[in-house]
Design a protein around this ligand. Structure first.
Ligand code: F6P
Length: 543
């Protein structure tokens, strides 16, 4: 049995679950009138109401005891010190340095990383101002009107999410597009109505080797050359790169003077606040970008300094562990009640699942407990008219986060009241349900009672903020980053590697020539893969 399962802290939680798991939120609230005002925590402008979770007041104490037993605080401190906590890649994990103020210093392996971070931020700001003011000119002397970020995974999901989330703060006369998929349609649609003379490509890739990004970048290069008369000097005016790989950038033909660097201690899915956020800065400007970094940093400080019992990311992470390991919940839903956050669940999917989708511990032993939950979600209220049926009455227990705002960015009539009423109504309905007695008292036909019964006792947390600002977004993202960290520390897994993406990449490399060769290739696959390849070749007129 694993160390985690054998630990006293884990066993205590198992018996606590056996004792309390049958309790209903209806009773927990009825017996404890101040539950809704006590089981809350607040920091960095985020109000975290976790009272509608299937816990008693004792549960948080037991979960924080588990965190201490697993030495989560020590591991957190080691991350902030720059130790190599990403053991399988032997790397520091220092996204928290990306948002440290200029006045701070953090020396890692003899280098002040905060100074380096601010050098890059200053260069990004300088470049952004040039593009935004029209001083930066394309090959024909026209200013830039369309900015296309080419990247995938962490080099795409964060930039898209942040652009969409902060659109209200963005320059509307600049158009932003994001090309990620190697499906040519993505590039085609992003450039269909674009003028190469007014288009700037940001090639964003930590490694500068990723198949999708490099393919799209080469296509973009050709598109610019074709559109601007073939003069190679156009590349310097229409391409910049964000990468850790200066050699790769130079090899592609981008002047490294037009490269914005970052460091191997920034994981792709933790990089939206590094130079990978260049498109965000171009959209909202350097000052707003700095506000976003302030929001991240405020949550970092909260995570580092606040006791575990009132620490938002710790509470969030421990509740995720609670459902994953003691209720066997396989998924966790996130429902932002803000259309601007419509890419937030997609962003969180990489953050959570690429981080904690692991089955071995730091020292390589196979785990005997569940790790990363499947994160998913959509904005409310749309989801209510789609899959909430299953969340309310299906057979699965789906813990969910509801995210809402006191104020709309675009107030229109009573839209915001209607929107937020649904946040409160949904969490109330999920917690308390509707009983047979209530239905009978309403005179509902006996035959329909089973169909109209809501068992309730479905756990939710509600995160409320005043309004969606760059700062709020930074704090919100950092909350989830550190929640992921907390979960990974309990499970003793490496939340910062991603070996699971490698096998498919390698196999695709082997299959590409088998699809493209003129002559029939020898195929050494299983019968299914062989036949799929054969049929594809045939459909494309290849023998
Ligand atoms: O394939 C997964 C992955 O390595 C992610 O971890 C990363 O965010 C993405 O690909 C893109 O990588 P890069 O920025 O190096 O192109």
């Amino acid at each position: 049995m694993s160390e985690l399962r054998e630990s006293e802290a884990f066993k205590t939680l198992e018996s606590h679950r056996a004792d309390t798991g049958g309790l209903h939120l209806r009773d927990l609230f009825a017996e404890d009138p101040s539950r809704g005002t006590d089981l809350v925590a607040e920091a960095c402008g985020l109000y975290f109401d976790y009272s509608k979770n299937r816990i008693t007041r004792e549960t948080i104490g037991l979960l924080t005891a588990l965190a201490r037993d697993r030495r989560m605080p020590e591991r957190r401190d080691a991350m902030f010190r720059g130790e190599h906590i990403n053991v399988s890649e032997d790397r520091a994990v220092l996204h928290v340095a990306l948002r440290m103020p200029r006045s701070r210093s953090l020396v890692v392996d003899g280098v002040d990383v905060v100074r380096e971070v601010h050098e890059v931020l200053d260069r990004m700001a300088d470049f952004s101002e040039k593009v935004r003011s029209g001083e930066w000119k394309g090959q024909t002397g026209k200013p830039i009107r369309r900015i296309v970020n080419i990247g995938i995974g962490g080099s795409d999901l964060g930039p898209v999410m942040a652009y969409e989330a902060l659109k209200d703060y963005s320059r509307r006369d600049l158009e932003f597009r994001f090309v990620s998929n190697v499906d040519g349609t993505d590039f085609y649609e992003a450039t269909l109505d674009a003028d190469p003379a007014e288009t700037l490509f940001i090639v964003s890739s930590k490694t500068f080797t990723t198949l999708e990004t490099m393919t799209n970048a080469h296509t973009a290069r050709q598109w610019v050359l074709d559109g601007l008369g073939g003069d190679e000097s156009a590349i310097a005016k229409h391409f910049v790169a964000v990468s850790t790989n200066a050699e790769g950038v130079a090899g592609f033909g981008i002047d490294t003077g037009n490269m914005f660097g970052f460091w191997e201690w920034v994981g792709g899915r933790y990089s939206m606040d590094s130079a990978i956020g260049l498109s965000t800065m171009l959209a909202i400007g350097p000052d707003r970008f700095a506000e976003m970094l302030d929001g991240f940093h405020a949550m970092d400080e909260h995570f580092l300094e606040t006791n575990l019992e009132t620490n938002l990311p710790v509470l969030h992470g421990l509740l995720t562990v609670w459902y994953r390991n003691f209720f066997e919940a396989e998924t966790h839903a996130v429902f932002p009640y803000s259309e601007y956050l419509h890419r937030f669940p997609a962003y969180l999917q990489q953050l959570t699942m690429e981080s904690n989708g692991k089955s071995v511990t730091l020292d390589g032993a196979r785990v005997d407990y569940g790790t990363g939950a499947i994160f998913w979600g959509e904005p409310g209220t749309n989801g209510q008219h789609s899959f909430y049926q299953l969340v309310h009455q299906g057979t699965e227990l789906i813990p969910a986060d509801f995210i809402g705002f006191n104020h709309a960015l675009n107030p229109l009539g009573n839209h915001q009241d209607l929107l937020v009423s649904n946040v409160f109504a949904q969490t109330e309905a999920l917690a308390f349900g509707k009983t047979v007695e209530q239905l009978r008292a309403e005179g509902v036909d006996e035959r329909l009672i089973p169909h109209k019964t809501f068992l309730g006792n479905r756990p939710t947390s509600t995160i409320m903020a005043d309004r969606l600002t760059p700062k709020t977004l930074g704090s919100l993202v950092a909350l989830y980053e550190h929640s992921v960290f907390t979960q990974g520390a309990i499970w003793n897994i490496d939340s910062f590697d991603q070996w699971g993406v490698e096998l498919g990449k390698a196999l695709a490399q082997a299959i590409i020539p088998e699809l493209e060769s003129e002559e029939p290739p020898p195929l050494d696959h299983d019968s299914s893969t062989t036949e799929l390849i054969r049929r594809y070749r045939e459909a494309n007129g290849r023998k």
